[in-house]
Structures are given as C-alpha cells and as structure tokens.
Design a binder for this molecule. Structure first.
Ligand code: C2E
Ligand code: CA
Ligand code: CA
Length: 667
C-alpha cells in the first residue's frame, strides 16, 4: 500500500523515537532549513574559533614554555577552519558537508592544541589542563546542532585522542588516570545522549510543522475543489449560472470604472425540447456537451467567458470594442454549432441539424445603471432571433420598436391592464357563406394606455408573450367572452386567440374548464384559435393540452394557415375543427398564380375534411369568389369590422341575415 505524505508523517509521529520512515520524508528533513542550518553552523564556528583563540591567554598562564607553539597552532587551526567554512559557503556546499567540516575543525583544534601542549615540562599542569578536551566534546554534541551520527563520531574521536594522551603520562598517578578517564567517558556518554535527545526533539518539531503544513495544504485544496465544484456546471464543465453571474458583475464593475466595454451574448439551442423528446435525455445531454465544447472553442480567439445559463441556454461575455466585432463573434458562435452538423430530424422547419439562435447586446452609455439591463437586452435580441426563424444572430437594436423603451412601457402597462380596465375585447363576425348567417365571432383584444391612446395588438401581443403577461390576459379574455356573449346566448360561438405559450403553460386546460364551469357555458361554444407563429415547436405539452381542451368540447381552430413553416405538420398532428386561411392568399388572388395557389390550399384543407374559413374578405368580388370556391365561412371587413360586445347583444330582428351583418359594420 502506498502511503501519502500525511500518512508517513502520522506514522513517524507515533513511532517512539521517531525515525524518518520514507525516503521522501528523509529528503524533506535533510533539505528542511538547509540555509538556516548553514548560517547557524557558521555563527557557531566563528564564536568557537574566537573562544579558542582567547584561550591563548590560559596557554600563556599555564604552559608558558610551549605557549608559543600552542598559540601558533590555535591560529593555524582557526584560520584554516574559517577559510574552509567560508569557501564551502561560497561554493554553496550542503549543510551536512559544512557541519562535517566544522566537526573536523573542532577535532583538529583539540588535537592541534594538545600536541604542542603535551610537550610542556610542567606535567602536573598539563594533566589538569588537558581536561579541556571535555569542552570540545560538549561543543560538538551540544553547542553545534550537528546530526547525531556526526556528533557521535566527532566526540568519539575527541575521547580517543584524550584517552591516548592520558595513556602517555607516566604511570605515577593511576587513580588520576582512572578519575579523569572516567570523567571523560561519562562526559562523552552524557553529552552524546543529550545530543541524541536534541536531535529527536528537532525531528519531532519538524514532523509537527510538516503535519500542520500538509493539513493546511489539504484544507486549502479541498476548499479550492469545493469552490470549483460550486462554480461549475456538472454536465458541460462550463461555469454555472452562479459563477457567470459573478463574472458579469465583474465585467460590469470594470466597465463602470474604466469604460472597458463588453458584450453579453445569449445562445439558445433551437428546438431542444423536441430533441430531448425524440432522442431521449441522455442524447440530449450529449448534445449539450457537444454544443458547449464547440462554443468554448469558438470564443477562444475573443478571450471571453462562457457559462451555462440554464437548460439549453448559454451565455458568453467578452470585452469587445465595436459592434462589428460583436456581430463577428455572434456569427462565429452560430456557424460553429451549425458546422457540427449534429442530426436533429424532428424540427420540421426545413432544417435537420442542431442549430442555435444568438442574441447579443453591447454596453452603451444610455444603458443606464442597471446590470440586468444588458442581459435583458440580449434576451430580447435572442427572442428576435427566434422570431426570425432561428439559426440566426440578432444584435439588440435600441431603435427597434420591440426593443424600445416603448415596449418597456407596454410591458409595465400590461401588468396593470386588467385591474385598470385598460384592456377590452372587440368582436368580428364570421359568416357562413351559404346561409349568410353570422355563426360565430372572433374576439380581438384591445389595449389603451392610461391617457386613452390605443396600442395595436401587433405591438402589445408580442410583448405580452415575451413577458408572460399573455397567460393572465388570455384567461381574462376567455372569462370575458363567456360573460359578455356566451352566458346569455348572444352569439352561438366565440373564437378566442391563444398563444402557444398559453397552451404550454401547466394548468391552462384546467383553468379554461374552471371558467366554463363558473359561467355555465358549454365547451362546444368556445373555439380557440392557434397560430403557427413564433413557437412553431410542437411540444408534447401542447398536444396534451389540446387533447384536454377537446375533451371539454372546445373547438380548436388553426389561424393564419399558410404563413408559418409548420402548418402542414400541424394539420397532420392535430384534428382542427376549422382552418382559417390567411388573408394574404385571398389578397393575392388578383393574379392567376395567386388564385391557383389559393385553390391548391383550399383543396388540400378540404381533402383533410376540415371546415374552411377564409380571412380578409373586403369586397363583393372576394365574397363572390368564396362562394365559387365553396368556402364554408368568411371573415373580413366586408362581413363586419371588429366591434364591441354591445353590437352583438341586440335581440334578433325579423331578417337575421341583414341585421347581424350590418350592425357591426356600423359599430
Ligand atoms: P388575427 O387573429 O389574424 O386577427 C385578425 C386580424 O385581422 C385583426 O387584427 C383584424 O382586425 C384584422 N382584420 C379582420 N378583417 C380584416 C380584413 O378584411 N382586412 C384586413 N386587412 N384586416 C382584417 P388585430 O385585431 O389588429 O389583431 C392582430 C392580431 O393580434 C390577431 O391576428 C391575433 O393574432 C392577435 N390577437 C388579437 N387578439 C388576441 C388575443 O386575445 N390573444 C392573442 N393571443 N392574440 C390576439
Ligand atoms: Ca385569429
Ligand atoms: Ca388570422
């Protein structure tokens, strides 16, 4: 089993006495404090040499006859030792080698002094004086911080020199030899033991410090890993929303402080829910990873930041100087994903690979002070990209009406519209071509500003869809229709326009059922018009919702047929009660080509057995044409303009054909 450094430290700390167990630990210990050890030894040797030279005085006092030699020896040894030490330090020799030199210098100092001192005529004095050997022993064991083995060898050699010198004395004082010999041996044993203890303590200190360091490193590594984890999207490995939000704040602060402009780019994988539904979640995840990697590569030359913003949405932030560069980057992002050529066979919009829609916004001085605004703008640009058929890029354009502050105002207005009675419904009659009866009316929403100015549906409906206000407005419309016209049987059927967003919202069918329940209106008197518009994606939720609505008896109509991409596949998937052919086909009927086109469309819808309604009938000729074409129902200014509910509330006169058609025309 391989031990980690932390394990080895732990093992050594609990071994008594501790010994370096692993080679790694040994190396660490040896290397630990190299330069500090060298400096300590250097200081020690300089002090030792100074003291050694100072003892020249005792030489003069005690052995004056040989003092000349001993002092010469002291100086010679001192100079050689210091020179050797300094040279080694210059050569950056290891601390161990320097310690060995110093230990050798101490031995040499003792021997170098003892030899000439022993030549003195005063045997008695030298017999005492030579006991100073014990000081040399103490210095290698206690004064310097040598490792145990070096200290043992050095003090052992000093002991041997001492014993040899003791031996050379005449055997006149055997008790003297015994006493001093024993003293020196005891001194050797004692100081060696203390040295061993010191080394042990030193190693323990090292181990404790190392353990603390290892623990600290481990803790900080763990902390870093945790931080990485909390900032990373587990699927794609990109930064997650939290991290990218922080990054956005950094970019923003930088822009505010230094004027370093930047762009925010939102990227949405087109028809991803369909991809998931069709290929399964695992494949969906794989697709997201593929796209994430491609996006990451595509932004590399721009040194931007990328993150996963949620579901199938990614965000890129980059410092860019011009909107041309931004357009270039947005296009690079779009084309990179397109070039992956990842198959997506379920789109039904003519494309069969995975693509992305890209919306981008750039810091502008007018942007105001709010950080969220740039994301909001990029989001709107993304919405525009999707509305333009996807797989395209859009830069936020402050001059575009859907982007303007006016749209902001509308969004705010929509929030209070119902409570402040700013929203209302008008109704446009739908006539049966054969009987000439008004069989139904279409409810059309109207919005007024607080000052009474009308806002056209083409302006406020997209804002309501974008902001989600359409959900509440839609429920309000259905309830109002039931109360105004259906409850008291003013008209047989009312059709209400619904956005796919409403159909996708959970609980929509249930809320319609509740309204029917509370107003006592039968489901069969309500028709919902669905436009194959922006949200072409035939989500499984939509299909489920439509089937629930049909269970309630509600009629489902297809609006503006022929204008979208998905009309035909919708016809296949949903059993529409009525198909409304967009007025553009009727208006193109002036040319033989246009007429043939309308006939083809009518043939196609008729073959599928749907009730056919043509919109936009404005003239007598057009109405006659519809009769020729045996169209079921017509709608248009010629039949009647949209008018308030009151226009449809009058009691039916004798000739219903005239009355019901004329009243709205005048309203
Ligand atoms: P749409 O559903 O196609 O509604 C018909 C639009 O054509 C109406 O415009 C109507 O005024 C207009 N129109 C009717 N007859 C003629 C004609 O003979 N000639 C011409 N040139 N136009 C005619 P409006 O009221 O402005 O509504 C525009 C669109 O707003 C609607 O198109 C519908 O898509 C949407 N909309 C209106 N009300 C609602 C609503 O309550 N909910 C939702 N989701 N969308 C709505
Ligand atoms: Ca409609
Ligand atoms: Ca229509």
């Amino acid at each position: 089993m391989k031990h980690t450094l932390a394990d080895v430290v732990e093992i050594d700390l609990h071994t008594e006495p501790p010994r370096p167990a692993s080679a790694e630990l040994r190396t660490l210990y040896r290397e630990e404090g190299e330069s500090a050890r060298k400096q300590a030894t250097r200081r020690g040797l300089w002090i030792a040499v100074a003291a050694y030279l100072l003892f020249s005085i005792t030489d003069i006092l005690l052995v004056p006859d040989v003092a000349r030699y001993t002092i010469a020896a002291r100086f010679a040894v001192g100079i050689v030792a210091i020179a050797a030490l300094e040279i080694q330090l210059r050569l950056n020799t290891s601390a161990n080698a320097i310690d060995a030199t110093s230990a050798a210098a101490v031995i040499l100092a003792y021997a170098g002094w003892l030899c000439p001192a022993m030549m003195t005529a005063d045997v008695q004095t030298i017999s005492y004086y030579m006991v100073f050997g014990a000081i040399f022993m103490m210095s290698v064991n206690l004064f310097f911080s040598f490792r145990f083995r070096l200290s043992l060898v050095a003090s052992g050699v000093i002991l041997l020199i001492f014993l040899a010198a003791l031996q050379s004395f005449p055997p006149i004082y055997p008790s003297y030899k015994l006493a001093f010999g024993t003293f020196c041996v005891s001194c050797f044993v004692f100081t060696s033991y203390v040295n061993w203890k010191l080394n042990w303590e030193r190693y323990k200190v090292f181990l404790n410090a190392l353990e603390a360091k290892v623990q600290h490193n481990e803790a900080s590594e763990r902390g870093k890993a945790l931080l990485r984890l909390s900032n990373t999207d587990p699927l794609t490995g990109l930064e997650n929303r939290r991290a990218i939000d922080q990054r956005l704040r950094d970019y923003w602060d930088d822009w505010q402080k230094t004027g370093h402009s930047f762009a925010a780019i939102l990227i949405d994988v087109d028809f991803f829910k369909r991809y998931n539904d069709c290929y399964g979640h695992q494949e969906g995840d794989r697709c997201l990873v593929l796209v994430a990697n491609a996006l990451e590569a595509s932004i590399e030359p721009y040194s931007g930041s990328i993150g996963r913003y949620g579901g199938e949405e990614f965000i890129v932030l980059a410092h860019l100087d011009t909107s041309e560069r931004l357009a270039e980057l947005a296009e690079a992002i779009r084309s990179t994903v397109e070039n992956l050529a990842q198959a997506h066979g379920q789109r039904r919009d003519g494309t069969s690979i995975v693509t992305v829609s890209v919306g981008a916004s750039f810091t502008r001085n007018q942007t105001g002070t709010k950080l969220e605004k740039i994301i909001h703008e990029a989001d709107r640009a993304l919405y525009a990209a999707k509305a333009s058929g996807r797989n395209c890029t859009r830069l936020f354009d402050p001059n575009d009406p859907q982007s303007s502050d006016e749209s902001e105002n509308i969004a705010a207005l929509l929030k209070i519209a119902i409570d402040h009675h700013l929203v209302s419904l008008v109704y446009q009659p739908i006539r049966n071509v054969v009987s000439g009866r008004v069989e139904a009316v279409e409810a059309l929403m109207r919005l007024r500003m607080l000052d009474g100015t009308a806002v056209t549906p083409s302006l406020f409906i997209p804002v309501a869809e974008r902001t989600g206000a359409i959900l509440e407005l839609g429920r309000w419309a259905i309830r109002t229709v039931c109360r105004e016209l259906l409850m008291d049987d003013h008209v047989p059927v009312v059709s209400v326009n619904v956005s796919p967003i409403q159909l996708k919202a959970p609980g929509f069918a249930a809320s319609v059922a509740a309204i029917l329940g509370e107003t006592g209106v039968a489901g069969g008197r309500l028709a919902l018009e669905i436009t194959e518009g922006l949200e072409m994606e035939m989500h499984s939720d939509i299909l489920r919702c439509i089937s629930d609505l049909k269970t309630l008896g509600i009629k489902i109509w297809l609006d503006d047929f022929g204008t979208g991409f998905a009309g035909l596949s919708w016809l296949r998937l949903i059993d529409f009660d009525t198909v409304k052919i967009d007025r553009s086909f009727l208006h193109d009927c002036g040319t033989p080509r246009g007429r043939a086109m309308l006939q083809d469309i009518i043939g196609l819808v008729r073959n599928r057995g749907h009730n056919i309604l043509v919109e936009g009938v404005e003239t007598d000729e057009q109405l006659a044409l519809m009769q020729d074409f045996r169209i079921d129902q017509v709608q248009g200014f010629h039949v009647g303009r949209p008018a308030p509910a009151e226009n449809f509330m009058a009691p039916p006169p004798a000739d219903p054909r005239q009355a019901r058609l004329v009243r709205p025309l005048r309203g």
